[in-house]
Ligand binder design. Sequence first.
Ligand SMILES: [Cu+2]
Length: 311
Amino acid sequence: MVRLMESIRQKAARGRLGRALGALAVPALVCIAIMALAGVAAASEPRPWQLGMQPPATPIKERIHAFHDELLVICTLITIFVLGLLAYVMVKFSHKRHPVATRTSHNPVIEVLWTVVPVLILILIAIPSFKLMYFMDEIPNAEMTIKVTGHQWYWTYEYTDQNSLSFDSSLIPEKDLKPGQKRLLDVDNPLVVPVNTTVRVQVTGTDVIHSWFVPSFGVQEYAVIGRLNETWMKVLREGMYYGECNQICGVNHAFMPIVVKAVAKPEFDKWLVEAKKKFAAVPPDKTDGEAAPALLAAAAARPVEATPAGN
Ligand SMILES: [Cu+2]
């Protein structure tokens, strides 16, 4: 009788557990669907609840995505294999089934296997990894060159093949934002590039180390004083692409975003004519070595937390 009661109680518990799992499954599936949609709908900027990386806009980023997906398959297979092994060991060698522990401590075949197989897997990963690194590093025949200079806390862009057309690009303070502009992301003068054009990007700095980073381009280059680092990009689609300084560079590190506007070639030529007129009167690096006035005002208005000595 007691056994029967126990069996009924267990069945009831299993039923409750099943219902609870069923109830959890629906919101979980909804969450997964929302996150998947957010990933699909993501443009070239960070979005709330975004899952995964921003969609690729250059050949470099396309290859980074492909490599990431390959690695994900390898990681998943390894994880499933290790999980399977653990489950097998836990069941087969549990205390109940296997009360007396084996004295085996060495098995040459297994030891060679668990050394050689991971090495082979690493080689399998290293080959496409090195190919991708060379692809990112070797600049194909560049059709134009842009020099990017990082300052505390804004960027200067110089079109070296356009009579050194140059201008500064600073964050738009929150109070000056127009409808549709993004807080902490939009700038007064975005970098404009033509689509389907190989652009050599030279990156340097004037004060501390910054990093020019546009996620959807797969481009991230340190801006170091006295050094000229190089990378390249070929934007495949028109649009606005957002990035940020990716090296903690000081109190206003979070306030020097990057905006790249990719346009069709005829539109770019038109913009060049206008930009040469617009920026002709403004000498480059107008506030070299100093923070942009708007940012200075913003920094003064913001309480600065005391920093412990030594940091
Ligand atoms: Cu910076």
